[in-house]
Design a protein around this ligand. Structure first.
Ligand SMILES: *Cc1c(COP(=O)(O)O)cnc(C)c1O
Length: 250
C-alpha cells in the first residue's frame, strides 16, 4: 500500500514533467487535492505531507472537515461542486475559491454574502464543453456575459475558467476540449485587458492532467491519484439525492 505522501510526490512529479514538456515554468501549475468523500484524518495526513489546497464538492461535508482541521494553518479551501443558490452563504463565508460558478444569481448572492473582513472571493466560471452529455456549466458562448457580471462585483475576484470535459472520449478530443477552454480564456483576456487577475485555467484531473497542462492548465484538480479510488456505490446514491435537491432549487 502506498501512502498519501508517496502519492503526492508522484503526482507532483507528473505535473513537473508535463509542465517542462510544455515549455512552461515548473511553478506555473498548482495542485488542488480533491478531497470529497475523504476523512479529516486523510486530509490531515496530506497537509502534513505539504498539500495545502483542498477541493470539496459537498458543502456540509466540507464544513465538517474545516472544523476538524481548524488547528492546521494555511489550508486553502476550494469549492468545486454544484452551488445551490439557497446555500451560497456558507460558501461565501468559508471558502477561498469557487471553481463552479455558472449562474448570475449565485454570483450576485456570493458578492452580497462575502464577509467584509475577508479578501474578495476568488472565482472561476465553469464552462460546459460537452453540451450533449452534461448540464453543469455555462455554454462557451455565454461565458463573456457572465464574466462581465462577475467583474462588476467588488467582493468577487474573477480568476478564470474551469471545465470538466467528459472523460469518456479519446485523448485527442479530450485535449481539444482543453484547447477550447484555453482559447475562451485568451479571448476574454484580449477583450478585457483591464481584468488583471484573470490568470487561472482550472482543468485536468487524475487521468488527464498531462493533456490539460499541455494546453495551459494552471490548477489541476486531482483526487484519485492522491487518495485512491472513491467508494462509488455510496457516493452515487448520495450524489443522486444531492442532484435532485439541486434540481429542485434551480
Ligand atoms: C472528483 C472531481 C475531481 C477529481 O477527479 P479524479 O479523477 O478523482 O482526480 C476533479 N474535479 C471535480 C470537479 C471533481 O468533482
Amino acid at each position: 500500500m502506498t501512502s498519501i505522501a508517496d502519492n503526492i510526490w508522484r503526482v507532483r512529479e507528473r505535473i513537473q514533467k508535463a509542465t517542462l514538456a510544455a515549455g512552461r515554468k515548473p511553478e506555473a501549475v498548482c495542485l488542488l487535492g480533491v478531497s470529497k468523500t475523504r476523512s479529516a484524518r486523510e486530509l490531515r495526513q496530506a497537509a502534513r505531507a505539504g498539500l495545502t489546497r483542498f477541493g470539496e464538492n459537498y458543502l456540509q461535508e466540507a464544513l465538517d472537515k474545516m472544523a476538524a482541521l481548524a488547528d492546521v494553518e494555511g489550508i486553502e479551501w476550494h469549492f468545486i461542486g454544484p452551488i445551490q443558490s439557497n446555500k451560497s452563504r456558507p460558501v461565501a463565508e468559508h471558502f477561498h475559491w469557487v471553481h463552479s460558478l455558472d449562474r448570475a444569481k449565485v454570483a450576485r448572492r456570493l458578492n452580497e454574502q462575502r464577509p467584509p473582513g475577508l479578501p474578495p472571493l476568488n472565482l472561476c466560471i465553469q464552462v460546459n464543453l460537452d453540451a450533449e452529455t452534461s448540464k453543469a456549466g455555462v455554454p462557451i458562448e455565454k461565458v463573456e456575459e457572465l464574466a462581465e457580471q462577475v467583474a462588476q462585483y467588488p467582493r468577487l475576484r474573477l480568476r478564470g475558467l474551469m471545465a470538466i470535459p467528459d472523460p469518456d472520449q479519446p485523448a485527442t478530443s479530450l485535449q481539444q476540449r482543453f484547447h477550447e477552454l484555453a482559447a475562451a480564456m485568451a479571448t476574454l483576456r484580449a477583450r478585457h485587458p483591464d481584468w488583471k487577475q484573470l490568470d487561472t485555467l482550472s482543468m485536468g484531473m487524475s487521468n488527464d492532467l498531462e493533456q490539460a497542462i499541455a494546453e495551459g492548465a494552471t490548477i489541476v484538480r486531482v483526487g484519485t491519484a492522491l487518495f485512491g479510488p472513491r467508494n462509488t456505490t455510496k457516493r452515487s446514491n448520495r450524489q443522486q439525492s444531492i442532484d435532485s435537491l439541486d434540481g429542485a432549487n434551480r
